[in-house]
Every structure is written in C-alpha cells, then in structure tokens.
Design a protein around this ligand. Structure first.
Ligand code: ADP
Ligand code: MG
Length: 697
C-alpha cells in the first residue's frame, strides 16, 4: 500500500471506522440521520459517543472539543478532558451522548450583532453528524453548529446546512418533473482553491503591520515584482517543498485530499486545491486547511499570510469557489450530458443559476467581500466588483437562439435541438479565457472567483445555494402546473435569457469598456465592502432568505451589524498600527537620516576644503521636506481617525467615514513614507522591505 493510502483519513472518525466499530443497528440509524436528516435519539448518541471516545483514546486523544464557526470567520473551540473523577480518588475516561450532541458556549463572547440584547446570552453547540469528527493535537474535534438558546443562528455552519436542505428539496422537485423518481437528495459540491503567501518568520516578526493586520501598510515596490512571470508554476524551492510535504501529511491524515499545489503569479505566493466534496465538508476542510497552513508554516520558520492583499503592487490572494450540484447517485446536474432529456434538464438548472446570480448579484458581491478583498476586486488582478457570468460562446449562442424564438425540441435522433443547432458536447474549459470573470462556467461547474483568501467559504455558498434553491422552487411550481411541459420549459428559458441575459459576459472583465457596458446593462457595481453590506437589509434579500428558511429577518439584521462592526474594527486597527509605525519607527529613522546628512555637510565644511556639497544639500532638502510632509499626514490621519471613532452616527455612516476618510488618508500617509523608504539609508530603515520579504525564501 502506498504511504498516502496508508495514512489517508487515519485521524478521522469516518464512515469506514463507524461501520467497523459501531453496532450494526446504530450504524444504520446514524447513516439515516446523516443521509436523510432524521432526528438523532439520545440512545444512538450514547453508543456513538462511547465508540468515538474509545477510538480517540486509542489514538492518543485526552481531550475533546466542540468545534464551531462563529461569525468572526475563524473557528472556535473549547477543550474538555475525558477525565471524570471517581469516589476512590481515581479517574475514569468518559464521554456521554449528551456531551457529544450538545455543549454550552457563552454566546456573548462572540459577535451576535444585537441578538444578545434581544435574546439570551447563553448559546449552545450542537453536533453536526454530517461532518466527521477528527483528531488534531491529541484532541477529538466534533464539528458543531452554534446557536443562541432561543434558536437564532450565531454561526456560519447553521445557515449553510439550512441552505443545503432547501437546495436539495427544490432540486429534487425539478428532477421529479423530468421523470427521475429515484433521486433522494441533491448536494451542493464545492472545491475551493486556496491562495496564500509564505514569508520568513524573521521578517514577519519585525513588521508590526503584518503582526497586527496581516498586511503591509507601508512598503515601496521592490525593483523586481511579478513582471518576469518566473514564479507562476515555477519550480518549488526546497524549503517550501519541505513545508508542502509536511502539510500534505497533516491534511491527508485528516482525510483532506490536497491535490494540486503550485506556485502562483506573485513571488512567494502559492496555491493549494483539494478535491471537491459537499459544501459543508468543503467548508470545514477549508477552515482546517487555513489553520494548518499557518501552524505547519511556523514549524518551518515560515509565516503563512492569508490576507487578500498582503503587499501593494503585487497580486493578492483569492479563493476560487468551484461549485456544482450533484445527486445522491452521482449525477452532476451542471454537466450538459449527452441525452436529450438531460440536456433540457441541464438548461433548466443552468438558467436557474443565471437568474439567481442576476437577481441577487448584490448578495454574491457581499458574500465575496471583506475589508481585505476591497484592495483586490476591481484592481485588475481579480475580477471586478461587478458580478457577471462567463458561459463561453457555444452555450451563450444556444441560449440566444432560444431567446430569439427558436424553440428547443427533440429531433429524430433524440437530441434536443435549438433551431438548426444541436446542443453540443461542451468542451471543459481549462484555458485562461475566463480568468477575468467573477463567475465562470467551466464545463460542468461554476467557478466563483471573487471570494477572498482569508474568508470562510460558508457565506458565498449559503447565499448561492439559497438563491438557486429559490429560483428552482419557482421553476418547479410552474412546471408542475404546466399542461404542456415542453412549452413551459421553452418559456422559462426564454424568459431567463431575455430578463437575466444581461448578466452573461464572455469578454474581458478587467477592461474599462466592461465597466461602462455593465452600467448600460444596469448591473450593480458596488465598489466597496461597506456599501455591499447594505444589501443585507434589502427587502428582496430579506424575503428570499426568510422564504427559504435560511435566515430570519432578525438574523439578517444581526449579520448586517456584525459585518459593519468588523469592518470598522479592522480599519481602526490598521490606522492605529500605521500611526504607531510612522510615529515610533519611520519618523525617528528619517530624522536620524536627516541629521546624518546635516552632520556630513558640517564636517565637510569644517575641513575647510572647497568641495561640492550640493548633492548632500539636495538630499537633505528632499529628506527634510518629505519628513515634514510625513508629520502633516500623520496629524491628518489622527484627526480623521478621531472623527471616525467619535462619530455618533449609525454604524453604516460610521463605516463610510472609515472607508472615505480614514482609509483614504492612510493611503496619503503611506505614499509619503514609501517615497522616504526609497531614499533613506537602507541600514536605517526600521523594518524589512518588500525586496527583503518577497525574495528571501
Ligand atoms: P482549474 O482549472 O480551476 O484548476 P480544476 O479542474 O483543477 O480546475 O478544479 C479546481 C477545483 O474544482 C478542484 O478543487 C476540483 O476538485 C473542483 N471541482 C471539480 N469538479 C467539481 C464539481 N463538480 N463541483 C465542485 N467542485 C469541483
Ligand atoms: Mg481555478
């Protein structure tokens, strides 16, 4: 057996472990719960927990934790040991069914966005048996959902699970209409490609901005950037490959199929893509991947940066969220397929995605946003902030033909045809043609390319699942009632192409022309994350989330508040870090440099030789003038920051102050500091430069 297959999944309480260890009846009951979402009885939980505990202890675990995903975007855990004291002063190792299925977690220590005021502060975690438990650092991790005591969701997993349910329900309804009577469940499948930077820990430790904010707030461009294209798919350096090898081992043990790893466009940038799985497991796995990237890097004296834009002027990092729909018997619903009935079915699912993405573009824009991603979207390195769909020419043409009046029908050979052309077997798009599209159809799946590298993929997926589910529900209602199904299908496709076709764009998404064209088409161009957050309160968005029972209105309001608060806190920390670095590091260094030049001028003068000191004098002038400018910009930033901090307007207006005043002034301050960096004695510069950081691994 190969090494990989020997270690793969060894630390996961997966299906084969359960089958082997659980009594047959328990296994069957648990499987039913997992597959069909039936409630779990405490009796079953007792048997499972005891088996799980024995398995975990055999593997060296001493503790267990309910692992959950609060709205901070990262995961949280609270460790308890299995130890229970007995009367004779000894201990026994215990883990009850109750402890498996439910845990207490203080709701008020995590963001609640006002829910706390309205509801109880206490929260609880509930076992998600559809994502397998695993062992990490001698601890048994139990994936859980996190709710308030009154049932409001306080995390990212609950809405994801709810969205998967409504998507499945409505997709199955549509399949029934197409004559499929066997399918039980449809799952959203997700494969997220994760980009990240690796830098030396020694450089990292010397930069307060990286430590406090995850990105550099200062830094002049290095003489060399990514222009030579010599890093992309370049050979992987020894130190990095040792890291990747170590990481792979860790991931494999946790049953995470890290498949491709390569260098990315920017220097020091890399990518990791696991094989896709269902949206829930993919989201959990992506969280584990992000955590392990960081911890394994440290073992190698490296730091992994997950921030969307750690270095200005250098490509940032994203996460391509590959998404499709798969039936429980393995049929990919976004695969055009070869038989006619599959083709019509495919077109209906395709149109559901098109309609959903067009009508809820603002929600998807929001889902891809965070303070870090504002530096990427629309900056010609990532898709623009305008949502559009790349379909490719053949598919677009077919839809256009249908829209222009040519019905799809079945020809003699049994193929679905549109006028004269037969729906072709579409080539899987593996080229770079769709690189500039935020939402690209790549042959049998969509690639949502806007998502940020540091973000949880839960929200892009729960919004996507929900809006597609809602459209499928509308389609199913119509098709179920239709007297002539074929005519109704034609009608639906036509309507979608006519009303929502504006979202389809196969051209260059980075171009100026597209921005203008998108505006003509009436597509939203929401430039900043703060502005995007507003759409959480939009009536159509509140309504769709409520209709599909993914979020109540109260829960949407709480997400709105939390998102704004997170934005404000992030920019506030960045501004404070900038002030600290400029006042206590940069300013002293440049004043020192000015003094050195002044000294040199005095010394030369005092020698009495008739030397040309114009160079020294010019440099001194330049340095002192930039220094005084720096001081002014610092002062302005302090004023703007105070104004934003003390604003007693509502959270949205306060967020806009941070965005339009604080962030803008941060750029002004940075540009003066970066100018100074390029003329000040390298020995005096107080922290490592871009050249030091990006090219020393
Ligand atoms: P790329 O050209 O973008 O590198 P790949 O074929 O390597 O495309 O796939 C990228 C990601 O898409 C991988 O994580 C892969 O597992 C995932 N993927 C492939 N098929 C599907 C699918 N049906 N649903 C979801 N993700 C998928
Ligand atoms: Mg990709």
């Amino acid at each position: 057996m190969s090494h990989i297959s020997e270690i793969f999944g060894t630390n996961v309480f997966n299906d084969s472990v359960m089958r082997e260890r659980l009594p047959k009846a328990t296994y069957k009951a648990l499987r039913k719960t997992m597959d069909e979402g039936l409630p779990l009885t405490l009796e079953i939980a007792e048997v499972v927990s005891s088996c799980m505990k024995d398995w975990a202890i055999e593997k060296g675990a001493t503790h267990y934790t309910h692992w959950f995903q609060p709205m901070t975007g990262i995961t949280a855990e609270k460790h308890d040991s299995f130890i229970n004291p007995t009367e004779d002063g000894k201990v026994i190792l215990e883990f009850s069914g109750k402890e498996l299925i439910k845990g207490e977690a203080d709701g008020s220590s995590f963001p609640t966005g006002g829910l706390r005021a309205t509801f109880e502060a206490r929260g609880y975690t509930a076992w998600d048996c559809t994502s397998p438990a695993f062992i990490k650092n001698n601890t048994l991790y139990i994936p859980t959902a996190f709710c308030s005591y009154t049932g409001e969701t306080l995390d990212k997993k609950t809405p994801l699970l709810r969205s998967m349910e409504c998507l499945s329900r409505n997709a199955v309804r549509v399949l029934r209409i197409f004559g499929n009577n066997t399918v039980k469940k449809v799952t959203a499948t997700v494969g997220p490609e994760q980009e990240y930077f690796l830098i030396d820990k020694k450089s990292y430790d010397k930069r307060k901005d990286l430590i406090f904010t995850g990105r550099t707030l200062f830094g002049a461009k290095a003489p060399k950037g990514q222009e030579m294209d010599d890093h992309y798919y370049g050979s992987i350096k020894d130190r990095v490959s040792a890291f990747m090898k170590d990481l792979d081992e860790e991931l494999w043990k946790l049953g995470i199929s890290a498949k491709t790893e390569h260098n990315e466009v920017a220097p020091a940038q890399h990518e990791l893509a696991p094989i896709f799985s269902n949206a829930n497991i993919a989201t959990d796995h992506n969280q584990i991947i992000m955590e392990l990237l960081k911890s394994v890097a440290l073992r190698h004296g490296l730091v992994c940066l997950l921030h969307e834009k750690p270095f200005a002027g250098v490509n940032g990092s994203g996460k391509h969220n590959n998404w499709s729909l798969t039936t429980n018997d393995g049929q990919n619903l976004l695969d055009p397929g070869k038989t006619p009935h599959e083709n019509a079915q495919f077109l209906i699912f395709l149109c559901a995605v098109i309609k959903a993405v067009d009508e809820y573009a603002d929600l998807l824009r929001l889902a891809a946003g965070n303070p870090g991603n504002d530096h990427r979207l629309g900056a010609n390195e990532a898709p623009p902030a305008i949502i559009s769909i790349f379909l490719g020419e053949p598919l677009t043409k077919i839809l256009e033909q249908i829209a222009s009046g040519e019905d799809i029908c079945t020809n003699k050979a049994g193929k679905v045809t549109v006028g004269v052309s037969t729906l072709p077997t579409l080539p899987k798009d593996t080229t770079d043609r769709n690189r500039t599209s935020p939402f690209a159809f790549t042959g049998n799946k969509f690639e949502f390319r806007m998502v940020g590298s540091s973000a949880s993929i839960a929200s892009p997926n729960f919004f996507l699942n929900t809006i597609v589910a809602d459209v499928l529900e509308q389609f199913a209602d119509r098709m179920e009632k239709a007297e002539n199904l074929e005519a109704e299908i034609n009608c639906i496709i036509k309507e979608v192409v006519q009303k929502n076709g504006r979202i389809i764009f196969n051209g260059n998404g980075y171009s100026e022309e597209w921005v203008a064209e998108a505006e003509r088409r009436g597509l939203p161009n929401i430039k900043s994350y703060v502005e995007a957050i507003k759409c959480l309160l939009d009536e159509k968005n509140l309504a769709v989330m409520e209709r599909q029972k993914v979020f109540s209105r109260v829960e949407m309001h709480s997400r709105y508040e939390i998102s704004l608060e997170k934005y404000i806190k992030t920019i506030n920390i960045e501004a404070l870090t900038m002030l600290e670095m400029s006042k206590r590091q940069i300013l002293p260094a440049v004043i020192n440099f000015g003094a050195q030049i002044a000294n040199s001028i005095n010394q030369i003068k005092s020698c009495g030789v008739d030397a040309d000191i114009s160079a020294n004098e010019e440099l001194l002038k330049e340095v002192t003038s930039l220094t005084s400018q720096l001081k002014k910009e610092i002062k302005t930033l302090e004023e703007k920051l105070t104004k934003a901090q003390e604003s007693n307007q509502d959270t949205y207006e306060q967020g806009m102050l941070y965005r339009n005043e604080v962030l803008v002034q941060m750029d002004n301050l940075r540009s003066v500091a970066d100018k100074l960096e390029s003329i000040v004695d390298a020995k005096l510069w107080p922290f490592p430069t871009y050249a030091d950081i990006l090219f020393n691994i």
